[in-house]
Design a protein around this ligand. Structure first.
Ligand SMILES: Cc1ncc(C[n+]2csc(CCOP(=O)(O)OP(=O)(O)O)c2C)c(N)n1
Ligand SMILES: [Mg+2]
Length: 392
């Protein structure tokens, strides 16, 4: 693939746009649907669950592998719903739902190899699942009982990063290190459409291009950065940004798990071959609120969400599985039971998370200790002890 490959490609068959069915929907909804019928969008499974071919990307999966992707998406959605409920029940302080982005995350996550390294934002619950991070461990930070919840090196999955876009720089530096080590693994950095406006992301693009770093920039364009729409971030489709930095960009249907898998695999292999970075823009939609603290009805029309419901990533794969006879009723019934068991396990795990030792906040600040931290520790210990004295 060359820089020229960012030019629009014509798929052999394009999907029918759900936008045409909703001609009466409000302007925002019509606009969103319209953008999905783009010739440059890589798609292998239409919103109607129909398999289509693409001249540059192909994929041939066994029924078992297809069922595996479906299972990943269903369990991730179930876990995510449980986390939202736990926040509403007061068990978590906050939750950032991935609802609607399951295909982008499972497709790209399953494209990674065990020795690749992943740098997520705070919404990559599906990618975490693919990397083998226990879903319950994702919740400690959102409950406020730890600063992360897992050892990044156990699964090559970095801690969640809230500082928008900064992980693209961490990923670039890490990838430059991978190249210096002569390893043939790759690095993938996740970020959002809003993050694309951050200086950090521009710097990461520049450095990775100039140093030919083995990194894939995976942008989930979910159309919103809290209440700001993508048109406030860019005048050109985001994938085209890469061209100015001198590496390829590709836009993939982010609600098509097969296309996300194929495109990300291709980009990771390119990185492993020493051909440098790729920007993948997964064109998707944030179906829920930004976080549980947000109310999207204040800034976007219901019709927009409804238009995207017709492109649901899980439903389209189910339709395909059923049409192909690749999954029977027992598979779906068993998966329902597995989902419920996962919800229960996560619920119980969160409720039994021990409160942290408050003094632990002073640990791991300096390797050799510090007089200032010692003083603050002593002050805090005295402050805590004052409550015990008051109670006497
Ligand atoms: C440097 C920085 N600026 C601002 C924020 C506040 N903030 C948190 S999420 C967010 C929007 C991010 O949008 P996007 O990159 O599209 O990701 P999404 O939440 O849609 O997945 C902002 C501005 C932050 N966390 N960090
Ligand atoms: Mg966004």
């Amino acid at each position: 693939m060359t820089v020229e490959s960012t030019a629009p490609r014509k798929p052999r068959r394009t999907s029918g746009s759900s936008g045409t069915k909703r001609a009466t929907a409000k302007k925002t909804a019509a606009k969103t649907a319209e953008t999905s019928a783009q010739p440059e969008l890589v798609q292998l499974l239409t919103p109607e669950g129909q398999r289509v071919e693409h001249p540059d990307y192909s994929i041939d999966l066994t029924p078992d592998e297809l069922r595996g992707l479906y299972r990943d998406m269903v369990l991730t959605r179930r876990f995510d719903a449980e986390a939202t409920s736990l926040q509403r029940q007061g068990e978590l302080g906050l939750w950032a739902s991935l609802l609607g982005q399951e295909a982008a995350q499972i497709g790209s996550g399953r494209a990674t190899r065990e020795d690749d390294y992943v740098f997520p934002t705070y919404r990559e619950h599906g990618v975490a699942w693919c990397r083998g991070v226990d879903p319950a461990n994702l919740l400690g930070m959102f409950r406020g009982v730890n600063h992360g919840g897992w050892d990044p090196n156990s699964n090559n999955f970095h801690l969640y990063t809230i500082v928008i876009g900064s992980q693209t720089l961490h990923a670039t530096g890490y990838a430059m290190g991978v190249a210096k080590d002569g390893a043939d693994s790759a690095v993938i950095a996740y970020f959002g459409d809003g993050a694309s406006s951050q200086g950090d992301v521009a710097e990461a693009f520049t450095f990775s291009a100039v140093y030919n770093a083995p990194v894939v920039f995976f942008c989930q364009n979910n159309q919103w950065a809290i209440s700001e729409p993508t048109e406030r971030q860019t005048r050109v489709p985001l994938y085209q940004r890469a061209q100015g930095f001198g590496f390829p960009g590709v836009r993939v249907d982010g609600n098509d798990v097969l296309a996300c898998l194929a495109v990300t695999k291709d980009a990771l292999e390119r990185a492993r071959r020493g051909e440098g970075p790729t920007l993948v823009e997964a064109f998707t939609y944030r179906m829920g609120a930004h976080t549980t603290s947000d109310d999207p009805t204040k800034y976007r029309a219901d019709e927009e969400r409804e238009a995207w419901e017709a492109k649901d990533p899980i439903l389209r794969l189910r339709t395909y599985l059923e049409a192909e006879g690749a999954a029977d009723e027992a598979f779906f019934t068993d998966l329902d039971a597995e989902s419920e068991a996962l919800g229960k396990r996560v619920r119980e795990a969160v409720r039994s998370m021990p409160d942290p030792d408050l003094m632990a906040i002073f640990e791991n600040v300096y390797a050799d200790g510090s007089a200032l931290v010692d003083e603050e520790r002593a002050q805090f210990a005295a402050y805590q002890a004052s409550f015990a004295e008051e109670a006497k």
